[in-house]
Design a protein around this ligand. Structure first.
Ligand code: SF4
Length: 330
């Protein structure tokens, strides 16, 4: 095995691409960069409003993964577009994907979901929408509302987190793995793409437990995944556990190795939306490395490179990296 500093030193030598990244996938479909815009639709969550519980998942803070930007959806849209226009990297971006990110966006009535999606129609540059939700807040009526949209991109971002019911109970999800499986199968029936979110380093789980969740997911009809190491936000019950020494987050190199091994198990058709979490500096309590997203992604790339692994090499494409002819971006 390599030390983490060796991995970081070698990262410049890494060629070619070794996994099916979302940015690359969007560029292939739209011919140019597509940028995600986080949106807060003022949604609630049954795990916080008293329906299932009041405290929420032990890692969820008051923002519920939201950006904290207020205003209507179109005001938030315009805020982010103005901010991108100031950025050297994004100022020429013309296409955007709305991400209903905060809390549980399919919670409530089917009409609420329909109205939310109507509000997004016609926003300048919109090519589609990602809807963040949990598996027990979906049904046939909501799936048909989602499936009826004609946007080129429509994704359900589904908080799955683990296949282990004991873990799901311990982190107070309020649903089991069976609910995730049913939601994924229902979405497939309606032709709605699912990006399943899984976390490594959950309390009580080993690395092998995480990889078992990845193997389980690889056998379900998901179109995408988002992986990250669990991080601790201020003001959460997880922070209390961490301060008491009852929870220890993964080290960056531990997570990078787990993420690289997870990629080898995922079929090549699965699009990798993200390999890191996205905490804001103000909310993060630990670990510090969770803010250094680029460094983590490069470490994962380096581990793939040095072991000559690629996505699917232990799944559907053991003989050859399907992206072997694509140079890695600098
Ligand atoms: S399901 Fe999502 S929004 Fe609800 S408590 Fe858990 S992390 Fe927070």
């Amino acid at each position: 095995m390599f030390t983490f500093s060796e991995i970081k030193m070698k990262r410049r030598e890494m060629r070619p691409v070794r996994y099916h990244g979302f940015d690359m996938w969007l560029r292939a479909r739209h011919g140019e960069k597509v940028q995600k815009i986080p949106l807060d639709a003022g949604s609630d969550c049954p795990n916080r409003d008293g329906t299932l519980g009041r405290g929420g998942c032990i890692f969820c803070n008051a923002l519920g993964s939201g950006s904290g930007i207020g205003g209507s959806l179109s005001e938030q849209w315009n805020h982010w577009r103005r901010s991108f226009a100031q950025s050297d990297r994004l100022k020429h971006t013309r296409l955007f994907l709305g991400y209903l990110q905060a809390f549980t966006n399919t919670y409530g009535t089917a009409d609420r979901l329909r109205i939310l999606l109507d509000e997004l129609e016609g926003l300048p540059g919109l090519v589609g929408v990602c809807v963040g939700t949990r598996p027990d807040c979906l049904d046939r009526e909501k799936m048909s509302i989602l499936a009826a949209r004609s946007w080129p991109e429509l994704w359900l971002e589904l908080g799955v987190q683990s296949r282990h019911d004991a873990t799901l109970a311990r982190i107070r999800r309020g649903h089991g793995a069976e609910a995730s499986e049913q939601a994924i199968l229902l979405a497939a029936e309606y032709g709605v793409k699912v990006c399943a979110h899984l976390m490594a380093g959950l309390p009580g789980e080993t690395g092998e437990d995480f990889l078992e969740s990845v193997r389980w997911l690889a056998n379900l009809p998901v179109s995408g995944v988002k992986l990250h190491g669990l991080y601790v936000c201020g003001g959460t019950d997880l922070e209390t556990d961490w301060k008491a020494g009852n929870y220890i987050p993964l080290e960056q190199d531990e997570y990078a190795l787990l993420a690289a091994r997870a990629l080898t198990l995922l079929p090549s058709r699965v699009v990798v939306h993200r390999l890191t979490g996205d905490p804001s500096p103000g909310e993060l309590a630990a670990p510090d490395w969770a803010l250094r997203k680029g460094e983590t992604v490069r470490a994962i790339d380096a581990i793939l490179h040095m072991n000559d692994w690629w996505q699917g090499c232990r799944a559907d494409c053991p003989a050859r990296n399907p992206w072997a002819d694509i140079p890695a971006p600098r």
